[in-house]
Ligand binder design. Structure first.
Ligand code: ADP
Ligand code: MG
Length: 252
């Protein structure tokens, strides 16, 4: 059964690396179609939280649910592999460093996973590549290799590749922070467009203006806890916590 208010549910997430406790009892619900920004200082656990959602970093405590299914289910190894691979098909992720396959064209980057996992025919794969690359304004470069693309273009191909699996949820981890400033906007525009299409998204960003204009909610994390959360109009304009105010003084 699908609960649209609890489309993504993080319950008491806890993560330690050895003695270092990086996530301390984080709970978060994201409704279907909602766009949540996560902000916070470097080292506060933002990437770890995002990576926990598709179990790239396994939690040491707590639960992650997506669309009524527990992602980090306790299963025997083989069953778990099957389960998590299935779940990951529903979760698109875009990282700071475009991790396109360098020896593949934009087309092949976009269609590799769907061909492998969904057994698409060549014709269907080509159609999918065209659709997805058109969506991010990269249709003209469909047969270019990553080395022939700018950082912004590579990041747009990476988004198209994630979208090609028709994910239920998109995760962005500082997708624009490795880009030259003049290339940031073309990537932000693509994310804005996804927002208008009501893609459910969790976006780690240090661009406060972007978060304020695109996101429904902002979550401020520090030292492994959610210090404050609310609509951008509240968190950015009238934060209630001193730690949030201090962070924003440096970053707004
Ligand atoms: P953020 O994305 O907010 O900058 P991270 O989630 O990357 O923060 O990291 C939070 C803390 O966890 C940091 O202190 C970092 O050094 C530590 N950390 C992250 N990944 C690992 C890992 N694989 N092993 C040990 N420590 C890690
Ligand atoms: Mg990070």
């Amino acid at each position: 059964m699908t609960d649209t208010e609890h489309f993504v549910e993080i319950k008491h997430a806890q993560k330690s690396f050895g003695k270092l406790e990086v996530l301390k009892d984080i709970s978060l619900n994201v409704a279907r179609g909602q766009i949540v920004a996560i902000i916070g200082p470097s080292g506060s656990g933002k990437s770890t939280l995002l990576r926990a959602i598709n179990d790239l970093d396994a939690l040491t405590g707590g639960e992650i649910w997506l669309d009524g299914v527990q992602v980090n289910k306790n299963l025997p190894y083989r069953q778990y592999e099957k389960h998590i691979n299935q779940m990951r098909q529903d979760i698109g992720m875009v990282f700071q460093h475009f991790n396109l396959f360098p020896h593949m064209t934009a087309r092949d980057n976009v269609t590799m996973a769907p061909k492998l996992l969904k057994g698409l025919s060549k014709a269907d794969a080509d159609k999918l590549a065209e659709e997805q690359l058109d969506k991010v304004g990269m249709l003209e470069r469909i047969d270019y290799y990553p080395s022939q693309l700018s950082g912004g273009q590579k990041q747009r191909v990476a988004i198209a590749r994630a979208l090609a699996m028709k994910p239920k949820l998109m995760l962005f981890d500082e997708a624009t922070s490795a880009l030259d400033p003049e290339l940031v906007d073309e990537v932000n525009q693509v994310m804005k467009k996804l927002a208008e299409e009501h893609m459910t998204m969790i976006i780690v960003t240090h661009e406060m203006d972007f978060a304020a204009s695109v996101c429904d909610r902002v979550l401020f994390m520090d030292k492994g806890v959610v210090v404050e959360e609310g609509p951008p109009s509240v968190v950015f304009k009238n934060p209630t916590k001193e730690r949030t105010r201090e962070f924003l003084r440096k970053h707004l």
